[in-house]
Design a protein around this ligand. Structure first.
Ligand SMILES: Cc1cc2nc3c(=O)[nH]c(=O)nc-3n(C[C@H](O)[C@H](O)[C@H](O)COP(=O)(O)OP(=O)(O)OC[C@H]3O[C@@H](n4cnc5c(N)ncnc54)[C@H](O)[C@@H]3O)c2cc1C
Length: 353
């Protein structure tokens, strides 16, 4: 697909990936048009708190935004302490001097990341057409988010007077293959559980009950609830026969281990625009810069699902005893020579690629 600075480049989908792509294109001297099917970017999000993690791609995603000349107009909160709960082991606190996450809020409220990326994109001259789904022939970049449900997520958001804190629930009685979390930030809380379909039965109630039991907190009856799913697919097409590029979850870009897709969305957008601006091969850029992270996370996911609660506790205990737990996570997310060998073996067994 031939793209020039004289004709608009059309992006389908105005989520984190599509907005980032629009911004990068405009900054590179192109004229992007973003088509968003809803009436605003972030419309389908629920004001839930999500984390830009600091171990898969870069240790400071906020600095990464700055390097890319995207102003940090959205609210964020670094988090360097996580308390992990189990059914049959004591709770564990993992603390690092550097943040594990930069929390952001999703949605169209002022200060939320979607809203502020939209505002910035418009301010630099990106065109966004809302409530519009164009014919595929006119599109160059597909950023329409998750297609296939590989993992599910349910949760609630509510107001609270509790202080800021972050909890992870690795209780087998909630989910053996997923995890629950409670994040409280500035009077707002997100309680949520990520899981596989086979574990869906009453799962949010199980998390709510465990949360009440472990933390002795009252959960309001009138909390806003949400449910969604995510696509993880290393094999999803990255470019179609007409040269359209897939970015974000539309391209299957996700962290297989915990479903952290925001960094993958931004990075895949970055490489798509790099390929346009510098005539580089998108597939090669992806293969070099994103696929290794996906392979490492896929392997980590496979191992995670094999662990019982006690083994998860032992790992958390090790992290808790370490002075640099984040470095351990970062090391485990690298696609090292050892991981390559392990991936080869896994691929032979499961035919992943
Ligand atoms: C509840 C929940 C919690 C999560 N927590 C985290 C977290 O803590 N950390 C993290 O990194 N990731 C998290 N994720 C994953 C992360 O939100 C996604 O991976 C990321 O938002 C993907 O960005 P995207 O731009 O590819 O897709 P999306 O953000 O889904 O955006 C796609 C956009 O395309 C629009 N669209 C769809 N179809 C069309 C069409 N035909 N025409 C026009 N527009 C269309 C949609 O309306 C939407 O605005 C979470 C996901 C969920 C659901």
């Amino acid at each position: 697909m031939k793209l020039s600075k004289h004709t608009p480049i059309k992006i389908q989908g105005g989520g984190i990936a599509g907005l980032s792509a629009g911004i990068f294109l405009k900054q590179a001297g192109y004229d992007p048009i973003i088509y968003e099917k809803n009436k605003a970017c972030g419309f389908s999000r629920h004001g839930d708190i999500e984390g830009l993690e600091t171990w898969n791609f870069c240790s400071n995603p906020i600095d990464f935004f700055t390097q890319l000349n995207i102003p940090i107009d959205f609210n964020f909160k670094p988090e360097n302490k996580i308390t992990v709960h189990f059914d049959n082991s004591p709770s564990v606190q993992i603390v690092d001097k550097n943040p594990f996450f930069y929390f952001v809020k999703r949605g169209m409220e002022k200060g939320n990341i979607d809203k502020e990326l939209q505002t910035f994109a418009l301010s630099i001259g990106c065109e966004i057409r809302f409530e519009y789904t164009p014919e595929i022939e006119h599109i160059s970049i597909i950023a329409t988010g998750s297609k296939k449900a590989n993992a599910y997520i349910q949760g609630i958001t509510f107001d609270t007077q509790l202080p800021d804190q972050t909890y992870l629930f690795l209780n087998d009685s909630i989910t053996k293959t997923g995890y629950g979390y409670l994040v409280i930030w500035d009077g707002q809380a997100t309680l949520s559980v990520a899981y596989k379909k086979s574990e869906s039965q009453d799962i949010l109630n199980k998390l709510k009950n465990k949360c009440k039991e472990k933390l002795e907190i009252d959960l309001p009856e009138n909390a806003n609830s949400f449910a969604s799913y995510g696509s993880f697919d290393i094999n999803a097409p990255k470019v179609d026969n007409d040269g359209r590029m897939f970015i974000g979850e539309a391209g299957g870009f996700q962290d297989y281990l915990f479903g952290f897709g925001m960094n993958s969305a931004i990075h895949s957008a970055y490489y798509a625009i790099k390929s346009i601006a510098h005539s580089e091969d998108y597939k090669l850029l992806i293969k070099k810069n994103i696929i290794p992270h996906m392979k490492a996370s896929l392997l980590n996911r496979y191992l995670f699902e094999k662990l019982n609660e006690k083994q998860k506790y032992n790992i958390c205990k090790q992290l808790s005893n370490s002075t640099q737990p984040l470095q351990i996570l970062q090391k485990q997310s690298n696609y090292t020579f050892k991981k390559k060998l392990m991936f080869k073996l896994l691929n032979r067994k499961l035919n992943i690629l």
